[in-house]
Design a protein around this ligand. Structure first.
Ligand SMILES: CC(C)(COP(=O)(O)OP(=O)(O)OC[C@H]1O[C@@H](n2cnc3c(N)ncnc32)[C@H](O)[C@@H]1OP(=O)(O)O)[C@@H](O)C(=O)NCCC(=O)NCCS
Length: 164
């Protein structure tokens, strides 16, 4: 698709940008306790959220504006597969909320546990570094409408406490 026709798309579905990744955790990902370092997980969360936002925004550059406070519910162990699933919930004008679900899979037992969920706000910038409008979200299901509504409520709340 040419850049010109890509820019004419003003609406996109959730499915057009969603992404998933699986990474085996290595000893180099460990904290001093020997489990996976939380900052390593956040790095992958930020990377995958950025990929989803970039897919949605198309031509624009993407920066992370904020990551909501998140809880690590369970440890992730070295040798586990870290599974991240990311999808866009909400689009404002230049900003987007991407939800990243985090799971750890014990590959010996074929068991997966949910270890946390992150909400990442990303902003599209034009070539001058100014926030620029991104495509609107096409909501095809009741679940997508509910997620959009909840995303809007979270965005309103985070902007109320925004530090300048
Ligand atoms: C995020 C950033 C682009 C906002 O720029 P700004 O000049 O304050 O622009 P605005 O106030 O017009 O905000 C632009 C959009 O970002 C949103 N936004 C800004 N800060 C936000 C925050 N902390 N949380 C959620 N959304 C935020 C605004 O609501 C607005 O959204 P909208 O266009 O959809 O209505 C700017 O603060 C920045 O560049 N930060 C550094 C980002 C970065 O480098 N991240 C990588 C890690 S260092």
């Amino acid at each position: 698709m040419s850049e010109e026709s890509a820019q004419k798309i003003v609406r996109k579905t959730v499915q057009e940008s969603e992404a998933e990744t699986t990474i085996v955790m290595l000893p180099s990902d460990a904290n001093p306790l020997g489990n996976v370092f939380g900052g390593m997980i956040l790095k992958y969360v930020d990377l995958l959220a950025g990929l989803v936002a970039k897919r949605h925004a198309g031509h624009a550059n993407i920066v992370t504006a904020s990551i909501d406070s998140m809880t690590f519910l369970k440890p992730v162990y070295i040798g586990n597969a870290l599974i991240l699933k990311a999808r866009i919930n909400y689009v404002k004008r230049s900003s987007m909320e991407v939800e990243v679900k985090i799971e750890a899979e014990d590959l010996n037992k074929s068991q997966k546990v949910h270890t946390g969920t992150a909400y990442v706000t990303l902003v599209a910038l034009d070539e001058r570094g100014k926030p620029t409008e991104v495509p609107k979200l096409i909501l095809n299901t009741e679940e997508e409408e509910r997620r959009f509504q909840e995303g809007q409520e979270r965005m309103d709340a985070r902007l109320k406490t925004r530090k300048k």
